[in-house]
Design a protein around this ligand. Structure first.
Ligand SMILES: Cc1cc2nc3c(=O)[nH]c(=O)nc-3n(C[C@H](O)[C@H](O)[C@H](O)COP(=O)(O)OP(=O)(O)OC[C@H]3O[C@@H](n4cnc5c(N)ncnc54)[C@H](O)[C@@H]3O)c2cc1C
Length: 266
């Protein structure tokens, strides 16, 4: 099975409170925030690894990202991806989701036939959930969002469980397709030191705009139909209070607060 997994480097969600807004440039200030692979993209890769273990084949990991992110992206190779394609070019900078999807689609068309593309359902930073459905549209294949289970019958029919507000939808379809996965799907595997060392020998290739056929006009900031007119931090309404002391002292303080707020009517 030929599987493509799309991964995006994002500011580590553990430190998102350190990300601030530059009011002048209307951009996010990410300095001093470590970069990691978008957490759901690791679930996407884990799904690909499980399918490869059963059916054989290859996993190509694709990321549109600056070359400086390659050390972070290598983690996908340590997890088990076979090769990494990094789409990097100054002309790609400032791309909105449509441009991002159009560039990734062009790179995939260059890599050849695929059975499955697996993405995260959304990223931890921009989180629009737009890239994977747009990617499917550009490639002319179906897309299923909110994927929480993937089963494949011996005759190659995929049975995909997708979470919706009222429950689940089960769809049966044949490859090729784009799947956008949620956390519920699996637990990404642990990486050992040997895995990290093995990843050093794996194929990492950087593709620029000249290495692919960009059929669409949507490339970079100037080719992005979405324009950011305003960017503002949400107004802070709730105030958090951290209770000090050991668990017993914290529990007492919490009970006291709740009593004073009128939650106890004993
Ligand atoms: C006008 C405009 C300008 C922008 N300029 C910049 C900029 O200069 N720098 C910047 O960092 N961002 C910029 N952005 C944000 C950028 O559009 C998004 O980061 C990007 O398109 C991905 O969108 P998302 O994070 O919402 O992905 P989602 O749609 O939430 O992602 C879903 C899944 O798609 C896949 N995916 C998403 N992005 C990538 C990727 N890059 N490579 C591989 N797979 C991916 C992953 O599997 C991910 O889990 C800009 C946005 C706009 C609207």
């Amino acid at each position: 099975m030929q599987i493509i997994v799309c991964i995006k480097p994002v500011p580590d969600p553990k430190y998102l409170s350190r990300v601030s807004l530059d009011e002048t440039t209307k951009t996010l200030v990410r300095e001093n925030v470590p970069t990691v692979i978008n957490p759901l993209d690791k679930n996407a890769l884990e799904a690909a690894l499980s399918l490869r273990e059963r059916f054989g084949g290859e996993i190509t990991v694709i990321s549109m990202a600056p070359e400086s992110c390659i050390p972070v992206l290598r983690e996908a190779l340590a997890m088990g991806g076979d090769r990494l394609l990094v789409l990097s070019d100054t002309r790609f900078a400032g791309s909105d989701t449509l441009a991002t999807a159009s560039i990734i689609a062009a790179a995939i068309q260059k890599t050849g036939a695929f059975d499955l593309i697996i993405c995260g359902n959304e990223t931890a930073d921009s989180g629009t959930s737009q890239v994977s459905p747009q990617l499917a549209e550009f490639l002319g294949v179906p897309n299923i969002m909110h994927v929480s289970a993937i089963e494949v019958s011996d005759d190659g029919v995929f049975r995909i469980k997708s979470r919706i507000e009222a429950g689940y939808v089960i769809a049966e379809l044949s490859a090729p397709m784009v799947l956008s996965v949620i956390k519920e799907l699996n637990e990404p595997r642990y990486i050992t030191l040997m895995n990290i060392l093995d990843a050093e020998a794996k194929d990492v290739r950087v593709l620029s705009a000249d290495d692919m056929i960009l059929k669409e006009p949507w490339v970079g900031l100037s080719g992005s139909p979405t324009q950011i007119v305003e960017l503002a931090a949400p107004e802070k309404r709730a105030k958090a209070e951290i209770l000090a002391g050991d668990a017993r002292r914290q529990a007492r303080a919490l009970a006291d607060r709740l009593y004073r707020m009128g939650f106890y009517h004993g």
